[in-house]
Design a binder for this molecule. Structure first.
Ligand code: DAH
Length: 371
């Protein structure tokens, strides 16, 4: 093989190496490949002139050209890898989102005042050894009325008070529960009082009545309470409710009055009032005063109710209570109108809502007079 050809081959090898190195994209690389290794490429042309050489020169040149060809293939592959890595990094850099940009329109959600009240009431009663029960919103006539000793002709059953669902195939009509009291029955049916000895539950939840005006919403909230055990009596009822109200309203001075009343599922029954006075600006000062506001219904669980769930009223007694959460919320936070509670008006929520759940507001009721 003449030195001339050898030099030419070396030159081509060197030149291809540099071109590959300098190439800036995949299509340039492809052009280089065609230029050197294609049918009419430089390397291919060296192979073509080999046929005129003698055997030993053919072998020598064949080896040289083949090794250069393999080097070019390898260099192109390596460069391809480098270029595609660069491409990926460039893309990542271009598509990067700058999360450090400040958003000057920060919006915080807030806790609805009813949720706040449920939190507080739950915390106060939890501290007194109560746990929380729940029941269905769609209730049978049996749990909502019959098992609670509400007679068939009782006005609460009337069409204008209760939302009745369409009758089922047996003609039975379910109701949207008109109070949280049916969960008393569900709880007592579920537990074994001989084993538990005493149960204390509260039931916060949604309730429904066919009423809609300035002081009534068709959906509203109640919290039921039930204690059943041996030797439970009226003084337990009074002590529990007085303590609860004083903590909830944050007032050790709060005057509480028990007034005889009637509920079919309790005997005796009492409504509970708290004292207040009206201030000159029209707001209410809850605590002491000559005026009374009704906040709760309560009583000793009627023996018939206990018998109905298989509990012997000679051995076990209980007390129960029920309160409207909208009313308790309005009184505590000086909210004058019930109607906006469920309008989902953000301005109202911003004004009366509470910052998200955190330690300072979650159990605020416990920061009250007794803790
Ligand atoms: N369920 C009654 C109502 O909706 C409230 C009530 C009164 C519940 C007395 C009770 C109770 O548990 O003992 O008006």
């Amino acid at each position: 093989m003449s030195n001339n050809i050898k030099e030419k081959i070396d030159l081509v090898a060197e030149e291809s190496k540099q071109k590959i190195e300098k190439s800036q994209n995949i299509s340039q690389l492809e052009d280089i490949r065609i230029n050197y290794l294609g049918k009419k490429g430089l390397i291919t042309s060296f192979l073509k002139i080999m046929k005129d050489l003698d055997q030993s020169q053919k072998i020598e040149m064949g080896k040289k050209v083949n090794s250069i060809k393999n080097n070019i293939i390898k260099d192109i592959e390596q460069k391809k890898q480098i270029l595609s890595n660069e491409l990926i990094h460039q893309k990542i850099a271009e598509e990067k989102i700058d999360i450090t940009l400040e958003n000057d329109q920060e919006e915080y959600g807030s806790l609805h005042p009813i949720s706040k009240t449920v939190e507080e009431i739950s915390a106060i009663f939890a501290n007194m050894g109560f746990y929380i029960e729940e029941g269905p919103d769609i209730e049978s006539d049996y749990y909502n009325f019959t098992a609670l000793n509400i007679p068939y002709e009782h006005p609460a059953r009337q069409e204008h008070d209760t939302f009745y669902l369409q009758p089922n195939s047996e003609g039975q009509r379910k109701v949207l529960r008109t109070h949280t009291s049916p969960v008393q029955i569900r709880t007592l049916e579920k537990i074994n009082i001989d084993k538990e000895k005493e149960i204390r539950v509260i039931v916060p939840g949604r309730t429904y009545r066919s009423d809609h005006d300035a002081t009534h919403s068709p959906m509203f909230h109640q919290c039921e309470g039930l204690v059943v055990g041996e030797n439970i009596n009226m003084s337990h009822l009074k002590g529990t409710l007085i303590e609860f109200l004083k903590i909830y309203f944050n007032s050790i001075e709060l005057s509480v009055r028990f007034r005889p009343s009637y509920f079919p599922f309790t005997e005796p029954s009492a409504e509970v009032d708290i004292g207040f006075k009206k201030l000159s600006d029209g707001t209410l000062d809850i605590g002491e005063g000559d005026d009374w506001l009704e906040v709760l219904g309560s009583g000793m669980v009627h023996p018939k109710v206990l018998e109905g769930v298989g509990i012997n009223p000679e051995k076990y007694q209980g007390f129960a209570f029920g309160m409207g959460l909208e009313r308790l919320t309005m009184l505590k936070y000086n909210i004058p109108d019930l109607r906006p509670f469920y309008d989902s008006d953000l301005r109202w929520l911003k004004h009366y809502g509470f910052l998200g759940i955190n330690e300072t507001n979650l159990h605020a009721g416990l920061n009250g007079v007794f803790s």
